[in-house]
Design a binder for this molecule. Structure first.
Ligand code: GLN
Ligand code: ZN
Length: 762
């Protein structure tokens, strides 16, 4: 049996790559220095994997920005608009072209937009979306993969295994930039380039090459399935003397199983963490000669592997295929795990003993291999850790479980139907038509950030800190009153992040010092870890919301983050289903909603920014997810009296196939992102005849651009064509924390003017 890794985190254990890239972009270091940092990270990663005893170690998994963008550069899929970057400015290097594709290029008299970025399947990693045209050609443009293999070979010898995004997933994850063709049809043009790359690697001495085909875990059309068959047959016919490994991950193969196991390749990797149940069928269908790589160590979470469970899966596979036909591996690239648990010196030792980051996961693989080969001494320590977690009082809180056990439909249903509530809200708040509001946060200036940082470090007393936050809050409230907003917010100055702020105050969460994971390019996130039953020991937001409410006569919204979003942006427990954890969070937030209501807050907004992004990869799994996700929101929102108005906010707004579920959330008011689509995204709500109130964002907060009154008024008019005017609110697309004050003020003044116009005209 062999062990392999599919990819290792590349940001460096002190986020060296982030820092080096940002310095390079700022012109503070040159390319040689950037390359040096990159080289050091690669060498260290290889060393770590060697020391962990891994048999097949990835190379070309490193990237200065994104591995999909690397693939586009390798294949010469470079959109036309970037051609001036190398041709006109001779001092630019290929790396500058590469970063221009990632980040846009605004200098030397050029103004070229970046390529689009989107989420990598169902992860929080974002990749740069390949762009294709009808006349798309491919050729080897960039040599990195070859030079990186050469360095890896020096260090790793035959263990070095280049990783490359497979040809079909590369096409499917991209986008047609013009009409008149289907990108999957480009496979005929693409395959010859893959053949050339693979043959060159073979000449360099490569024994194994890993082709990532995560799209085998998605719903595929007949044509897409045929593209897989065609591509791999064509490659197999034209390369020899090199072993191809196709890697799938993030979901079960389901109806693609036959297709996947019959690809003419040496090995297939399957994700048995997400889908352990698929092993039986796969073992039934595996043809002679296909090696199987079992993804048994979770590449996307922070928990120690349960050896007993893994050995069970390995045992089944050994019985059927024999150990020599097996490879064991993490479920997916370790890109999605934090790097090194050893750096976490402040964690509760009991809980730390339940965890494993990327480096520790490699050790687990090695141990699993040794145990399957008979070294049973390695079992005890793992069993102890797993047992300790299973029974620990830090994880299991009977009161939380009891409460969940008694959920009834009534817990998830508002007392009266929306029309009854709406009437009460009109009487209570007496708002004009087209009421104006914002999504919650106001600009987080350097001053505000420093304030929080200094307080955290202990340089400010609680009194000093709170006084300063109070001052910022009061100023923001005065200012909202002056420009005439109708429903105010307190500005969220006390919050660093909309999930962390709540996680820090809830039981069952922990925070790491160094648990960074790449989100995109140089941006890293440090998700909280949910390790135990979640409960709310004390009020979380009442202090700031009541302080703010007392400063004004106008209605003040209480601001909370919803349960699905908190779950989605955290590392979650793997010892209970996601919906159970979500319901625990839902009850905790419900109690906070009730505490706000009791303190006199009449409007509470529960942000569910991530409900849409949590959708499973396979359509067949959508109904179940939407069911529990919507129910969790309803549990959070339904404790209140009819006269309390519940808002929700969602950033990502492609609601086409899920609109009935959005409606089922039954929020009194929903605010969504629509301005960039010119209200097109409202169509789904219009077709559905969405019954509740809705605030389609009238300006894009992602850019400093200040939209004019007319522009916003015309968007409002469009919205009023689609939905009953009496149900419409006026607000920006999202929170304003990333903006600066001057543009925020100008934009909101224009927005209020646009609402006034709408009141007169519509
Ligand atoms: N209330 C949050 C804010 O305004 C919402 C942010 C979000 O939706 N991402 O910052
Ligand atoms: Zn948002």
């Amino acid at each position: 049996m062999q062990t392999q890794n599919l990819g290792y985190p590349r940001i460096g254990n002190q986020r060296q790559l982030k820092k080096a890239c940002e310095q390079y972009w700022a012109g503070k270091i040159d390319l040689a220095e950037l390359n040096l940092v990159a080289r050091k990270i690669k060498e260290e990663n290889w060393q770590t994997q060697l020391e962990a005893g891994i048999d097949l170690i990835p190379c070309n998994d490193f990237s200065l920005y994104d591995q999909v963008l690397d693939t586009s550069l390798l294949l010469g899929a470079i959109p036309q608009r970037y051609s001036p970057i190398l041709s006109q400015i001779k001092s630019n290097s290929e790396v500058d072209l590469y970063f221009a594709m990632a980040r846009g290029y605004q200098k030397d008299g050029l103004d070229i937009t970046a390529m689009e970025m989107t989420k990598w399947l169902d992860t929080n990693y974002h990749y740069i979306v390949p762009e294709f045209t009808a006349a798309q050609e491919f050729r080897i443009f960039n040599e990195n993969i070859f030079s990186e293999y050469n360095s890896a070979k020096l260090k790793l010898g035959e263990k070095a295994k280049p990783v490359l995004l497979g040809p079909v997933s590369y096409l499917l994850l991209g986008k047609e930039k013009e009409a008149g063709f289907e990108r999957v049809d480009l496979i005929k043009k693409l395959v010859p380039v893959y053949v050339e790359i693979i043959n060159r690697l073979r000449q360099q001495g490569v024994k194994w090459i890993q082709l990532d085909e995560p799209c085998l875990g998605l719903d595929l059309s007949k044509k897409e399935k045929e593209a897989f068959e065609y591509a791999y047959r064509a490659i197999a016919n034209r390369v020899s003397g090199i072993k191809l490994l196709v890697a799938t991950y993030f979901d079960a193969l389901l109806d693609n199983t036959q297709l996947a196991v019959n690809l003419p390749v040496a090995a297939l990797h399957v994700d048995l963490v997400r889908a352990p149940e698929q092993l039986d069928e796969i073992l039934e269908l595996v043809p002679d000669g296909l090696q199987l790589s079992l993804g048994i160590v979770d590449g996307r979470n922070v928990w120690k592997n349960d050896y007993e469970k893994s050995l069970n899966l390995i045992g089944k596979a050994v019985a059927k295929l024999g150990a020599s036909n097996l490879i064991i591996a993490p479920s997916c690239s370790l890109l999605h795990s934090p790097i090194d648990l050893d750096l976490e010196t402040a964690l509760d030792p009991e809980i730390k003993n339940w965890m494993a980051f990327a480096k520790q996961k490699l050790k687990e693989l090695n141990e699993l291999k040794q145990i399957s080969e008979g070294n049973h001494d390695l079992l005890a320590a793992n069993k102890n850790a797993i047992d300790s977690r299973r029974s620990s009082q830090k994880v299991h809180k009977q009161a939380v479980k009891d409460r969940l056990a008694t959920i009834t439909e009534a817990d998830a249903t508002r007392k009266s139907a929306f029309p009854v509530r709406q009437k009460l809200h009109h009487e209570r708040f007496n708002l004009p038509s087209f009421p104006t509001t914002t999504i919650g946060s106001f600009p987080q200036t350097d001053d505000i950030r420093q304030l929080r940082a200094r307080f955290k470090k202990g340089d400010l007393t609680v009194e000093q800190y709170e006084k300063a936050i109070e001052q910022a809050t009061v100023e923001t409230i005065r200012w909202q009153e002056e420009i005439g907003l109708d429903v105010l917010v307190h500005g969220e100055f006390e919050r660093n992040d909309m999930v962390e702020y709540f996680g820090e105050q809830l039981d069952g969460f922990l925070f790491t010092k160094n648990g960074w994971v790449q989100s995109y390019g140089s941006r890293c996130v440090k998700p909280p870890v949910i390790y135990g039953d979640v409960s709310r020991p004390a009020d979380m937001t009442v202090r700031w919301s009541t302080f703010a409410a007392a400063q004004t006569e106008k209605p003040m919204k209480g601001m909370l983050t919803g349960p699905v979003t908190i779950l989605q942006w955290s590392f979650v427990r793997d010892d209970q289903p996601r919906d159970v954890t979500t319901n625990q969070i839902a009850f905790a937030i419900r109690d906070e909603v009730l505490a706000l209501e009791k303190a006199g807050i009449g409007i509470v907004q529960i942000d569910e920014a991530a409900i849409r992004e949590g959708l499973p990869l396979r359509k067949s799994k959508h109904p179940h997810y939407l069911d529990w996700a919507v129910k969790a929101f309803r549990i959070t929102a339904s404790g209140v009296q009819d006269k309390t108005q519940i808002h929700t906010h969602m950033c990502y707004s492609e609601f086409n196939n899920i609109i009935e579920h959005i409606a089922a959330m039954d929020a009194d008011v929903i605010t969504i992102e629509t301005s960039r689509s010119q209200m097109e995204l409202l169509q789904a709500f219009a077709h559905f005849e969405y019954p509740n109130e809705i605030g389609p964002g009238v300006y894009d907060i992602h850019s400093p651009r200040v939209p004019g009154t007319e522009e916003m008024a015309s968007l409002l008019a469009k919205a009023a064509d689609l939905l009953p005017a009496r149900n419409l609110w006026v607000n920006p697309d999202c929170g304003l924390k990333t903006r600066k004050w001057p543009e925020t003020k100008a934009a909101l003044e224009n927005m209020v003017a646009a609402a006034k116009q709408a009141r007169e005209q519509i």
